[in-house]
Design a protein around this ligand. Structure first.
Ligand code: MN
Length: 267
């Protein structure tokens, strides 16, 4: 296109911008607020845990900075709503770090699968291949670049660390996926990634599956990505929303807190 060529009157982006400006398309924030109270995964002994998020004041319109306020932030990579990059897992160790992910993979169709009833009845509920095949039969096959978002209703616990992690002496009890479903999603579908409402992309009892933590094992090993601690998935249609996933491009990073937005067309 010549530098001064006006944009065509009709284009997909012009239509989108108009719909956003006119309110026919709205933006839903699927991100949990990030603070020192944001619940994070707690690994048992002897494993090491990440630091929670915190803010450290450097100046606040005072002697340290009379006209400005600013902070240092401290945080583990995998805190709050965040993206898991391939190098996070042993199976993806030769794969991409979070700064290397193709940005085109971070924007795509949002496909919402609702298992809130199953998870309410059984916190250890695991989504299996027949559940996914049945969804495809009703709503169409998963397509290249899709982001599968699994609604379990778990975001209602997101402000209560104890309920969110739901741990007892036998471990954490939160919903997730069977090892077979994880392998199938990673190897048999063209999706970009999977988003969940829980603290991690694997079930609370994922360590007991074979292989352990199969979502991490298979997805990250297949250059697919995970996002956790989503909320407001109930505001999305099963199909038709567009997801924007925005992790920080931390060079060498295994993941990053991410802002996750969905563009939704009013019915
Ligand atoms: Mn993570």
């Amino acid at each position: 296109m010549e530098p001064n060529t006006p944009a065509p009157a009709a284009s997909a982006l012009a239509d989108l911008a108009g719909a956003l400006a006119g309110g026919d398309v709205t933006v839903v924030d699927l991100t949990a607020p990030l603070s020192d109270r944001t619940p994070a995964l707690v690994l048992p002994e002897p494993f090491s845990n990440l630091e929670d998020f915190s803010l450290e004041e450097v100046s606040a319109y005072n002697e340290a900075g009379p006209f400005w306020k600013h902070h240092n932030i401290r945080t583990g990579e995998h805190i709050g709503t965040h993206l898991d990059a391939p190098v996070h897992w042993a199976t993806g160790r030769n794969g991409k770090n979070v700064a290397q992910i193709d940005p085109g993979r971070l924007v795509g169709r949002a496909v919402v699968l609702d298992f809130a009833a199953e998870a309410a009845a059984e916190p250890d509920f695991l989504i299996d291949i027949p559940d996914l095949l049945s969804w495809q039969q009703s709503h169409g096959d998963f397509q290249t670049g899709d982001w599968l978002l699994f609604r379990t209703g778990w975001d209602r616990y997101a402000d209560d660390r104890t309920a969110f992690l739901n741990a007892d002496e036998t471990g954490s009890h939160t919903p997730g996926f069977t090892a077979e479903a994880a392998r199938w999603l990673a190897e048999e579908t063209p999706i970009s990634g999977v988003g969940v409402e829980t603290v991690g992309i694997d079930a609370g009892r994922g360590a007991e599956l074979d292989p352990p933590f199969p979502m991490h094992h298979f997805l990250l090993g297949a250059d697919k990505y995970g996002i956790t601690s989503l909320r407001h998935l109930d505001r999305l249609p099963r199909r038709g929303a567009v997801l924007v996933v925005a992790p920080l491009p931390i060079v060498g990073g295994t993941g990053s807190p991410a802002r996750v937005l969905a563009m939704v067309e009013d019915a």
